[in-house]
Design a protein around this ligand. Sequence first.
Ligand code: KIV
Ligand code: NA
Length: 275
Amino acid sequence: MRKTIPDFEKMKQAGEKISMLTAYDYPSAQFVEEAGVDMILVGDSLGMVVLGYDSTVPVTMEEMLHHTKAVRRGASQTFIVTDMPFMSYATIDLAIVNAGRLIKEGGADAVKLEGGMDIVPIVQTLTRAGIPVVGHIGLTPQTANQLGGYKVQGRDLDSAVQLVKDGQALEQAGAFMIVLEAIPRQVAAQISSGLRIPTIGIGAGPDCNGQVLVFHDILGLFKRFTPKFVKQYAELRLDSVQAIQQFHNEVKQSTFPSEEHTFGLSDEVIQKLYG
Ligand code: KIV
Ligand code: NA
């Protein structure tokens, strides 16, 4: 059964952790749903792990829609959050049109936007229009250059206080959940305990109300870099290359296809054809 926004709030109240994992296409969505994960994020990280861009900045609305549709086809029973890509919510007018498309055409249940107090008017407009919004504060990859790179945020007093304020502002603006990325555990704990809505951490320590990671990172499918907060649960890239090498070698050695993967004619037809 697809969980609902009230279910996630109840999980926070009951102290039950929320699991979230990214998925980007039909098979990955099927795997995540079959594993019983609570929510799927169609992250704009797909720009890096699936499309090979250097950052999330080039990702387009059309790409997010394309992947969201495939994920929905693979996971009809799972709550889906889709990232709004860079520049798709630069104004309120753009935000409402683009968020509406991700829900109506893409089949997402909610959208995620990067930013705190600065995006309050957009979050208000979207929630009033009936579009569920997830916030994302701390390390915000779409504006990583302004933050001085992919760095832990909220380490000094001023920026820690700002993050707490951002969390409160997002909740008041109507966000139903907030992703906290790459911040000290103490700051994440304070944000989480001070809010009614759940927090989902990535590199934000164990006291968030849930955790999210990237599909390709936990399965060992992406090798360009691995942040400290990633836990890798499998080595599928290596397994894949080895399997492909074996196929390649068997073709070269003519050991594939063998009898079991080959069609033939019946003896009767062979007899008639070739005597
Ligand atoms: O794009 C993404 O995958 C994300 C998560 C890492 C939170 O935004
Ligand atoms: Na993202």
